[in-house]
Design a binder for this molecule. Structure first.
Ligand code: 3PG
Length: 396
């Protein structure tokens, strides 16, 4: 794919697909990571003299103009992050938007209204893609986190005008390639989270690509129970036992070592500071539940990490939002960060709760790369082709 290095941006009208789908509470942005990570691309384009027209979806208005889902507040947030004015257009296509885009001067920035106000966005309607393409000379996609959607502004428009990857898209793709495309070996993957059923494809794909697959979180309970261990009141999916056994057998066939917990921190209730103790996997009391993996498991993971060259991390090892059941996640994260410094361990994390867990552990800044994507990161780990990325591929 082409990057900004291949684009002579001066004087060009650039349609920039961003992902401004940021977490909001009571009209306030609660996490600015996506905005901050977008700034280098906008700044670079503006400084090179491009006329930058930004489009994005926000939330799921399903083709209606839902006022709470307007991108208008984001113009101000972008403007203060960039320290330059950002205009706003009340729609993302149509004559008024075309006039606003045409009136831009070199280096100016305009944000368009939520693309999902049009039903054609999610249907990848060519009419919407054409309406967007009309606004610009070239398309730059910086929304890796929306690239798993084949929508008009992520996929359709990329076929209509020359398409490039922005700096954030480029960084995400390079990090994922370092993790699974052509990684330094051995590769360890840590997969946690609640359910095996939501991560079947991910576990299947990883077990073909990595050398060691560490399974933690409540999903580990399902594997342990499938092996016949009694886990008391622990959360687990009884209907997934056959599948779990199959995953273990397939991994073995692929030469992938699966590391399951050898000890567990069990508690009387799913609550912060609930009475708890550490037990072996065959000693879980009938009235208690596993909320974290234990110290022996943490040491077993650390031993694998000391041998590893690359780590891919998706999902917490325990109920990290309820201390002290964050202990294993925090400790393993600290090991990852220090091995990054002392041994050059390449560490890439992302998807769902992972970013929150790594931030909670205080190591997000010390990992090689933490993805800003949720669903897109997971689909990539599942080995799926992301339509927004595929559309950037240059065909000779
Ligand atoms: C995300 O936040 O993961 C992306 O912006 C995609 O949002 P969606 O799940 O509403 O398509």
């Amino acid at each position: 794919f082409r990057t900004l290095d291949d684009l002579d941006a001066s004087g060009k009208r650039v349609l920039l697909r961003a992902d401004l789908n940021v977490p909001m509470k009571d009209g306030r942005i609660t996490d600015r990571t996506r905005i901050e990570r977008l700034c280098p691309t906008i700044r670079e384009l503006a400084e090179k003299g491009a006329r930058v027209i930004i489009c994005s979806h926000f939330d799921r208005p399903k083709g209606k103009r839902v006022p709470e889902m307007s991108l208008k507040p984001m113009a101000e947030a972008l403007s203060s992050a960039l320290d330059r004015p950002v205009g706003f257009a009340d729609d993302c296509i149509g004559p008024l938007v075309e006039a606003a885009a045409a009136a831009l001067k070199d280096g100016e920035v305009l944000l368009l209204e939520n693309t999902r106000y049009h039903a054609g966005e999610e249907k990848n309607d060519p009419a919407l893609a054409q309406g967007l393409a009309k606004l610009a000379d070239v398309f730059v996609n910086d929304a890796f986190s929306a690239a798993h959607r084949a929508h008009a502004s992520t996929e359709g428009v990329a076929h209509l005008i020359p398409a490039y990857a922005g700096r954030l898209m480029q960084a995400e793709l390079e990090a994922l390639d370092a993790a699974l495309g052509s990684p330094k070996r051995p590769v360890v993957a840590i997969v946690g989270g609640a359910k095996v059923s939501t991560k079947l494809d991910l576990l299947g794909n990883l077990s073909k690509k990595v050398d060691v697959l560490v399974i933690g979180g409540a999903m580990a309970n399902t594997f342990l129970a499938a092996q016949g261990h009694k886990l008391g009141k622990s959360l687990q999916e009884a209907e997934m036992h056959d599948t779990a056994r199959q995953i273990l057998a397939d991994a073995k066939g692929n030469g992938c070592e699966i590391l399951l917990p050898v000890d567990l921190v069990v508690a009387t209730a799913f609550a912060e500071n609930a009475p708890h103790r550490t037990v072996g996997i065959d000693s879980v009391p009938a009235d208690m539940m596993a909320l974290d993996v234990g110290p022996e498991t943490v040491e077993a993971i650390a031993a694998r990490l000391r041998q590893a060259a690359t780590l891919v991390w998706n999902g917490p090892l325990g109920a990290f939002e309820l201390p002290p059941f964050d202990a294993a996640t925090v400790e393993v994260a600290a090991t990852v960060a220090s091995l990054g410094q002392s041994a050059g361990l390449v560490s890439i994390g992302g998807g769902g709760d992972t970013v929150a867990a790594l931030k909670h552990a205080g190591v997000a800044e010390r990992m090689t790369y933490v993805s800003a994507a949720g669903g897109a990161f997971l689909e990539w780990l599942e080995g799926k082709t992301l339509p927004g990325v595929a559309a950037l591929e240059v065909k000779d």
